[in-house]
Design a protein around this ligand. Structure first.
Ligand code: NAP
Length: 259
């Protein structure tokens, strides 16, 4: 991780869960981390914790609703003004709404498309632009995908969510191909966990907290810190590494590709 010290990472959805754990880990490794989400107060609290713990990096909170393209573009413009640009992008923000294909509300589907697919695509395009204009050739874009992005489970409440995560699988592979065509060494990776114990299921089943709690009791879940360790592993892999492997240690696949 030595080469990332002092460089700028953007972590979307850094207020809670996996994003908060990843942001903390990157600050612990000395990076300058812009953490964004709507609940900026939670990121401010995390930033204060990182500071009082004496971590070598810094967490910079930024309020952004990723379902709004103008807010995303303003964030990139603020990052350019204050910190030059982004070297590492962790597209983590995401959500599931309980809207089956036969009866779901359009609004819930649109919310998932906007954050899980459109925001990932907009951030990726803007990060690449930021890297290119500064001649950054060793950047890294990491998409937090899901096992739902590789198989469709028989649970109607996550079918549309699964479609958005299949999109993330296609977006990451398409990105890898375009980076290769562009002859850059910028890398694209997606990490696809199974169940991770966060507040995610409580937002999916916001009318049924017992069902949400049962989700995490059904199996021994991954922790947000396991995901942060996976991100650190991916970022610290030497530049020649290209792998597409099942990570036995963490029991989820890490699809890591380099151009
Ligand atoms: N937990 C799991 O079991 C699991 C499994 C596989 C994959 N994943 C994936 O992992 C990622 C993180 O999930 P998590 O478990 O950490 O969920 P979480 O605890 O619910 O956190 C989701 C994060 O996304 C942010 N977010 C949601 N909508 C947003 C919007 N419109 N604008 C800005 N930020 C927004 C939230 O921030 P605000 O609400 O403050 O805006 C929050 O920081 C997601 O992509 C999810 O699909 C999770």
């Amino acid at each position: 991780m030595e080469r990332w010290k002092g460089r700028v990472a953007l972590v979307t959805g850094a207020s809670v869960g996996i994003g908060a754990a990843v942001a903390r880990a990157l600050v612990q490794h000395g990076m300058k981390v812009v953490g964004c989400a709507r609940s900026v107060d939670k990121i401010e609290k995390l930033a204060a914790e990182c500071q009082s713990a004496g971590y070598p990096g810094v967490l910079i909170p930024y309020k952004c609703d990723l379902s709004n393209e103008e807010e995303i573009l303003s964030m990139f413009s603020a990052i350019k003004t204050l910190h030059q640009g982004v070297d590492v992008c962790i597209n983590n923000a995401g959500l599931a709404r309980p809207e089956p294909l036969l009866s779901g509300k359009t609004e819930g589907w649109r919310m998932m498309i906007d954050v899980n697919v459109m925001a990932v695509s907009i951030c990726t395009r803007e990060v690449y632009r930021s890297m290119k204009e500064r001649n950054i050739d060793d950047g890294h874009i990491i998409n937090i995908n899901s096992m739902n992005g590789h198989s469709v489970v028989p649970q109607s409440v996550v079918h549309f969510y699964s479609a958005t995560k299949y999109a993330v699988t296609a977006l990451t592979e398409g990105l890898r191909q375009e980076l290769r065509e562009a002859k850059t060494h910028i890398r694209a990776t997606c990490i696809s966990p199974g169940l991770v114990e966060t507040g995610f299921a409580f937002k999916l089943h916001d009318n049924d907290p017992e069902r949400a709690a049962a989700t995490y009791e059904s199996i021994r879940c991954l922790k947000a810190e396991d995901m942060a360790n996976a991100v650190i592993y991916v970022l610290s892999a030497p530049p020649h590494v290209q792998c597409q492997k099942k990570c036995k240690e963490y029991s989820f696949p890490v699809y890591m590709n380099c151009a």
